[in-house]
Design a protein around this ligand. Structure first.
Ligand code: HEC
Length: 107
């Protein structure tokens, strides 16, 4: 109930879309990130962790970049990259991953 209220408030204020809030709650992002992204990126909130691929930024650092927003992360995940594999993710997965990464910056 409390959760529904928070989602509704966020929706009314335009901060977060309902689908985004749902994906953030469902753990889809956390699962995907640990299964798929952790081969190269440090994906946790540990400030001492190092990415397995030194060229891949830690998600904690991505979360703290001033340019990191829900939109910028979603755009990144839908575009093609030179140095990172191009993943084909469903919209739910993209929401989940973006929510997961941004959530790290709030800890
Ligand atoms: C094979 C290694 C590899 C895997 C697997 C990988 N990445 Fe990356 N990623 C990189 C490298 C290298 C960079 C830095 C170079 C670049 O930006 O292209 C990067 C950069 C990023 C950035 C930073 C973009 C920015 O604005 O600077 C994000 C966000 C990101 N990856 C998300 C993900 C997510 C989400 C996954 C899992 C679905 C993932 N990566 C899996 C190697 C990887």
């Amino acid at each position: 109930m409390k959760l529904a209220l928070v989602s509704t408030l966020a929706f009314l204020t335009g901060a977060v879309s309902p689908a985004f809030a749902e994906a953030a709650d469902s753990g889809v992002g956390a699962r995907l990130v640990h299964d798929t992204c952790a081969t190269c990126h440090a994906v946790g909130a540990d400030p001492d962790a190092k990415s397995p691929d030194p060229k891949a930024p830690r998600f904690l650092d991505v979360a703290k970049m001033p340019s990191a927003t829900e939109l910028s992360i979603k755009v990144f995940l839908r575009s093609s990259h030179k140095h990172m594999p191009n993943f084909i993710l469903t919209p739910e997965e993209i929401d989940g991953v973006a929510a997961y990464i941004l959530g790290l910056g709030k800890k």
